[in-house]
Design a protein around this ligand. Structure first.
Ligand SMILES: NC(=O)c1ccc[n+]([C@@H]2O[C@H](COP(=O)([O-])OP(=O)(O)OC[C@H]3O[C@@H](n4cnc5c(N)ncnc54)[C@H](OP(=O)(O)O)[C@@H]3O)[C@@H](O)[C@H]2O)c1
Length: 252
């Protein structure tokens, strides 16, 4: 299978619960795909599954977000696999350390900064250049509602996502002139291995499938920002509106 597919997407972090569901939505819509992840065996299984179920070209490539020296070659490998540069990109890899571990172990902080900020910026800048030069493209990037306001329960992870959201705000303005859309995805709670074992309020937790569909729709519409599920926009409006004197007394 190859190249009479007009649309293609590179999916970074494809072994993530949310991102694999997003990849499925793109495959169902007839996109050719590159799935990129560290775990090559699992990634190849995911690619084989999409090839069989949706009859689309689906290539599995090794990708480590923190190995920034490999990112230039990765862009070339995507072009070689697809036979052309991709139409767009979904970035979903990320790392969340436990808050208490991050407060005492700077190595955990570094892991989050390396993956969620340095690694993300490194690969996004490379694809930004490709899309900007061509004058078209889309980028959907998974940030987090945790970046909207620092909470005592996860402000270190939240700080890396706040940095990513701020970065995307500027990238969007730059790429708008080149007809490239940048969608910041703000998931709330989604049931994945990242949140496994956390005490989450059931009704507010989305399934990875719901999140994947919502991400596909938001990015396809070229939205600037999408809360996933949508009601998190209103939850975060309320949380951001709580005055500091009151926020300090709360346990969140
Ligand atoms: N679940 C939620 O409630 C929630 C809420 C807000 C935002 N998010 C964000 O959504 C995204 C997806 O998370 P998820 O919930 O689907 O969690 P997940 O299932 O734990 O997925 C995280 C993924 O990131 C990958 N990854 C971590 N570091 C990497 C690196 N250096 N290079 C390449 N891949 C790397 C992991 O790969 P390995 O398997 O190789 O470790 C894994 O596939 C993350 O950016 C997360 O911050 C999630």
């Amino acid at each position: 299978m190859s190249t009479d597919f007009h649309q293609s997407v590179v999916i970074l972090g494809s072994t993530s619960g949310i991102v694999r569901a997003t990849a499925q939505a793109y495959a169902a819509a007839g996109y050719a795909l590159v799935l990129a992840a560290r775990d090559e065996e699992e990634n190849e299984c995911l690619a084989a599954d999409l090839r069989v179920r949706y009859e689309v070209p689906c290539h599995a490539l090794h990708f480590d977000g923190t190995d920034v020296a490999s990112h230039e070659a990765f862009v070339t490998a995507c072009e070689a696999a697809l036979g052309t540069n991709p139409t767009g990109l979904i970035l979903g890899f990320g790392y969340m350390a436990e808050q208490e571990a991050a407060q005492t172990d700077i190595a955990e902080v570094q892991k989050m900064v390396d993956a969620n900020l340095t690694g993300a910026i490194s690969i996004l800048e490379r694809f930004a250049q490709v899309f900007e030069t061509r004058g078209s493209g889309f980028m959907g990037v998974l940030s987090s509602v945790a970046g909207d306001r620092g909470k005592q329960t996860n402000y270190i992870y939240g700080a890396t996502k706040a940095g990513l959201t701020c970065y995307l705000e500027g990238l969007r303005v730059r790429l708008f002139k080149a007809n490239v859309t940048v969608t910041t995805i703000q998931p709330g709670f989604v049931d994945t291995k990242m949140t496994y074992g956390l005490p989450l309020p059931g009704p507010l937790v989305a399934s990875p499938e719901q999140a994947g569909q919502a991400i596909y729709r938001a990015v396809s519409r070229g939205k600037d920002e999408a809360y996933v599920p949508f009601f998190w926009r209103y939850i975060m409006m309320i949380i951001k509106a709580i005055p500091r004197w009151q926020f300090k007394k709360m346990s969140m």
